[in-house]
Design a protein around this ligand. Sequence first.
Ligand code: NAD
Ligand code: TYD
Length: 350
Amino acid sequence: MKKSILITGGAGFIGSHVVKLFVEKYPNYQIVNLDALTYAGNLENLREIEGASNYKFVKADIQDSKSLEKIFNTYQISDVIHLAAESHVDRSITDPLAFVMTNVIGTVNLLNVAKAAWKENYHDHLFYHVSTDEVYGSLHDDSYFLETTAYDPQSPYSASKASSDHFVRAYANTYKMRTVVSNCSNNYGPNHFPEKLIPLCINNIKNNKPLPIYGKGENVRDWLYVKDHARAIDTVFHKGKAGETYNIGGFNEWKNIDIVRLLCKKMDEKLGREPGTSEQLITFVKDRAGHDLRYAIDATKIQKELGWEPSLQFEEGIEITIDWYLANEEWLKNVTTGAYQDYYEQHYTS
Ligand code: NAD
Ligand code: TYD
């Protein structure tokens, strides 16, 4: 069936993998990528598919309802996969309001425009909201986050995502909009902005810069390869039940310090350095304010009901990731110098 899908945040880390997957796998779908191109949006992530006939890029902010209305009208949008967000916890600590504006107000704005465009007749329409496991809070025992776990967000980022999740479910309950929400664990892989732990460390090891570990490095995250998340989003979009929530995770928990040591070991091998050289860059720094101790997803529901599971083992995924960063020096250079922000002017405006 022909669909016209609006993917928001498609120039970001996860969004760009979702856009590429959908454009390549579904030639009869029209994919409209809406992105405001904040510091986290990088059109170079989409080079491979930017000329595809079923792909359109529109620069717009989800807070701007006039632009959204125009996009829904022009492209007759049938479905939404919503990823646009402010996504970095440290930035949310210094500027919480930016997270409220995009993650909460922007999401409600998008819901309102979709509701009006679809004329409250949702039969053939789906609003898919992509969210995070961080809404469940911080684990201090050996339990896991289930879809039924009560929300307990602890950072301004997770509070804003929790709020947007609640709004999406409220629109399903109140207006009978067909919605689905998925909550995923930490992603890693190519095109990850180097302010996040794994790409930051890869970049710093390469450049012999300190590796800042917050606190004692004892915090635990459950890591999933980004293309496996994109595959899960494809699965939930096509097979998920409206009104449901699906947790997505890697069954792959690591303490931060162990992950950084692994990166050091692998990069010593790849860069031909003496074993132990890069570990000397590890620097323990002041802990993040309100730092969540452990996240861990129980992804049994999506596995059993929709047949999705991660395809890559972590050792394999991290090898691919390091190799990608070493092979894509220009991408990394453009991101770290800010040159990537000129791409839109160079390629999309005449
Ligand atoms: P990202 O920061 O890499 O990308 C976000 C994208 O949204 C960027 O391209 C940015 O330009 C765009 N954007 C920001 N504000 C916008 C606005 N007001 N209007 C339009 N576009 C805007 O984020 P990511 O890591 O790719 O995360 C994508 C989504 O997945 C987010 O909703 C995030 O909460 C969720 N998520 C992320 C992770 C993770 O590990 N990165 C895990 C689970 C869920
Ligand atoms: P991050 O990649 O920012 O993701 P999130 O906070 O959404 O989980 O951080 C992953 C973990 O690494 C988190 O426990 C914070 C920690 N961290 C550091 O120790 N040093 C760093 O420089 C960064 C960016 C993160």
